[in-house]
Design a protein around this ligand. Structure first.
Ligand code: FES
Length: 95
């Protein structure tokens, strides 16, 4: 599945882990985190199961999942990292 983002890549800061990574255009936050060895739960990889939900501490996700309600998406308190990207240049996640 192609994972579109709203810009040519973005930075993800994993606040609790003190790690900062760049997610390239069309990249997947989940894939980047898995490649770094983070044990992120996931199942569908398509935004429909909710397994990969991660808390958002700062920044604006580009929500592309089918799990969160419109109100939950508007609150930007969490996101599905398998399919969602970023509108802001930096996302700070609760990981
Ligand atoms: S893995 Fe299913 S919503 Fe992300």
């Amino acid at each position: 599945m192609r994972n579109e983002t709203s810009q040519a890549g973005f930075t993800v800061k994993l606040v609790r882990s003190d790690v900062e990574v760049f997610v390239p255009e069309y990249g997947s936050i989940l894939q980047v985190l898995l490649s770094l060895g983070f044990a992120i739960p996931y199942s569908c990889r398509g935004g429909s199961c909710g397994a990969c939900e991660v808390g958002v501490l700062r920044g604006t996700p580009d929500h592309r999942d089918l799990v969160l309600s419109d109100d939950e998406k508007a609150s930007n308190q969490s996101m599905m990292v398998c399919c969602s990207g970023a509108i802001s240049p930096v996302l700070e996640l609760d990981l």
